[in-house]
Ligand binder design. Structure first.
Ligand SMILES: *Cc1c(COP(=O)(O)O)cnc(C)c1O
Length: 382
């Protein structure tokens, strides 16, 4: 079976982890935590980064620090991994779902702007209020789905016009660029994930970045149980134990050393597929605008024969997976406000299929995947 997307641990991972084990620094203190945070910040070009135990906890902290609270609404796209919505729910807030653009698969900014203009008003404190529910719209969480990025200049302008903090869920977009700035550094706070399937992995892990030193200090504080006196166990508010441990940070440092080569390979794989699958059956690809460099994290195609192709590939040695189910179709989010004209989420979801794209995939395997897809469409057209 050619796997979908495996972690690539061919660098200094073992060496650094061994060092942690041999010196006894395995837990929340140790030099690799700082090293990982510093080299990560340097890579994406910001001053501050705080590591967390996963991407979900990174999002949870980011939302909290930007002021999202009980009964608020947070705007987010309807197609994403469920963690985006869950992190909002942990604060007692509710996702407000916006349909996606059919071509880029990112949040449809036209719909966002229409919603804010026609369905919201400001209260006396200049907060945005959803007129129907009278709830406070507290933030926008943009998700860079599959490593692609929406028109961030336009989004920033909309967010500023409505006084809304902008959080980037850049879990899938580490290394993607918009006008030469890295995904995650374009909003007020950006969050990343180092889960096993992401472009680089620490097994499990996450990172938060932000421009404001004050906000980043607060995030660090909350992620380390809000301790103000390390000797006497004084904690000044309800904090979280969301730290990334030294052993995993050591893996992170080693992964980061190879990140550029992972990105380069992912882009190469995407180029190969885009060239070699073009014109086969009704296959189509995610559209990426000229001012964006996607990290091409998880290569995904669309076809009306998605279900049949999915079965065929999984039965023929090529692991493939459908896209995430839209949030408004999950039981816990089906009653959320969903802004849509013609439910493009459903359409894209019914057609999208991810295919093998590990950074370690061989060229022979890539050709094999194309051959299998070609043969599926040959049989299907008979
Ligand atoms: C992976 C992912 C997350 C969550 O990351 P974890 O590290 O698994 O908690 C959040 N948002 C998106 C869009 C993701 O793909």
């Amino acid at each position: 079976m050619i796997p979908l997307s495996l972690p690539n641990i061919s660098g200094n991972e073992l060496k650094y982890v061994k060092e942690c084990l041999e010196t006894g620094w395995i837990s929340t203190a140790g030099s690799y935590v700082d090293k990982f945070e510093n080299s990560f910040a340097e890579f994406v070009g910001v001053k501050n980064a705080v590591s967390t135990m996963n991407g979900t906890s990174a999002l949870h902290l980011a939302l909290k620090v930007l002021g999202v609270g009980y009964d608020d609404l947070v705007i987010m796209p309807n197609i994403t991994f469920v963690a985006s919505a869950n992190s909002i729910s942990y604060l007692g807030a509710k996702p407000l779902l916006i349909d996606i653009d059919e071509n880029s698969w990112q949040m449809d900014l036209e719909l966002l702007e229409d919603y804010l203009k026609n369905n919201c008003s400001f209260d006396s404190r200049k907060r945005v209020i959803d007129q129907k529910t009278q709830k406070n719209v507290a933030a926008i969480m943009i998700v860079h789905v599959q490593g692609n990025i929406c028109n961030m200049n336009r989004l920033r302008e909309i967010a500023d016009r409505y006084n809304l903090p902008l959080i980037e869920d850049a879990a899938e977009a580490l290394g993607s660029k918009y006008h030469n700035s890295y995904a995650g550094t374009l909003g007020d706070v950006g969050c990343y994930s180092f889960n096993g399937n992401k472009i680089m992995s620490t097994g499990g892990g996450g990172m938060v970045v932000g421009k404001s030193a004050k906000i980043m200090k607060k995030i660090k504080h909350l992620s380390t149980t809000a301790k103000t006196d390390p000797l006497r166990y004084f904690h000044d508010e309800i904090g979280y134990n969301y730290r990334l441990v030294n052993v995993l940070s050591a893996i992170g440092v080693a992964q980061l050393e190879q990140l550029q080569s992972f990105i380069d390979r992912k882009i190469e794989i995407s180029k190969f597929y885009r060239e070699n699958l073009k014109g086969i059956g009704d296959i189509n690809f995610q559209m990426i605008e000229k001012d964006i460099v996607s990290n091409e994290w998880l290569f995904t195609i669309t076809t009306k024969k998605m279900e049949e192709l999915l079965d065929f590939l999984n039965n023929n040695g090529v692991m493939s997976r459908p896209f995430w189910i839209p949030m408004n179709e999950l039981p816990m989010y089906k009653d959320c406000i969903y802004i849509s004209k013609s439910n493009k989420s459903k359409k894209v979801h019914s057609r999208a299929l991810s295919i093998p794209c590990s950074t370690g995939i061989t060229d022979i395997e890539l050709h094999d995947v194309v051959k299998k897809i070609r043969s599926f469409f040959k049989i299907a057209s008979k």
